[in-house]
Design a protein around this ligand. Structure first.
Ligand SMILES: [Zn+2]
Length: 102
């Protein structure tokens, strides 16, 4: 089995899971480190909410591309319908339901 290497350290479990989902959609297997529920590795202290994302070494390049894309998609965007500034993690405008122009 391929060895796992650390791809990224998410600042919280929410971000980690969002990234994990994005990566798995691209066929990249992900392990989470440091999350309480992941359990059993015992490698990291639990005094931090940071969650490490591990991917297989052969997936590292692809995973980095997904990561980059993910972070780009997190950039704030302005709603074309009402002009509201939305955080990047909103897929539709929180105010009017509009979608960002690509
Ligand atoms: Zn709007």
């Amino acid at each position: 089995m391929d060895s796992f290497v650390e791809l990224y350290r998410a600042s919280n479990a929410l971000e980690a899971h969002a990234l994990k989902g994005a990566l798995e959609q691209q066929g990249v297997m992900v392990r989470l480190l440091g999350e309480a529920l992941a359990g059993g590795t015992g490698e990291l202290p639990v005094d931090s909410q940071e969650v490490g994302l591990l991917v297989q070494r052969r997936h590292l390049e692809k995973a980095n591309a997904v990561l980059e894309q993910y972070h780009q998609s997190q950039a704030p965007w302005q709603c074309p319908s009402c002009g509201e500034q939305n955080d990047g993690h909103f897929e539709t405008c929180w105010r009017c339901g509009g979608v960002p122009q690509k």
